[in-house]
Design a protein around this ligand. Structure first.
Ligand code: HEC
Length: 101
């Protein structure tokens, strides 16, 4: 009887551990997938919200630049007062380089 209770206990503990591991392996995947888009807006939104306080987007979208040149322009704009985090700058430069080249 005692032995049976031990085996039963071990099985329950093993099941709980397995459940915890399964929850841990799936958790990062779901949180990163759902938090990334909300952490950094898409390039178009960044352009519309961060680049329009001093001039219209016309000044931007009429340019045809390479990725390196867009990086320089955006760095220049940040030094003038545009607010972008490093991650946001990466997303915006990528968007500009893809759409206005
Ligand atoms: C703090 C004000 C300000 C913000 C915010 C701003 N800009 Fe500018 N931008 C300027 C000024 C001033 C000029 C004109 C510079 C000149 O004529 O030398 C300019 C000019 C430009 C030009 C024309 C090319 C050039 O270098 O003159 C581009 C392209 C440009 N900005 C892109 C952007 C982008 C992309 C953003 C968003 C990240 C942005 N700007 C945000 C002030 C700003």
């Amino acid at each position: 009887m005692r032995k049976f209770a031990w085996v039963f206990l071990v099985i329950i503990v093993a099941a709980l551990l397995l459940g915890a591991c399964a929850a841990q392996t799936t958790a990062p995947a779901t949180t990163s997938a759902s938090s990334n888009p909300s952490a950094v807006a898409d390039g178009k939104t960044l352009l519309d919200t961060r680049c329009t306080s001093c001039h219209s987007t016309a000044k931007v979208v009429t340019q045809h630049l390479t990725s390196d040149q867009w990086k320089q322009v955006v760095d220049n704009m940040i030094s003038r007062g545009a607010t972008l985090s490093a991650d946001e700058e990466t997303v915006l430069v990528q968007y500009l380089a893809d759409n206005f080249k």
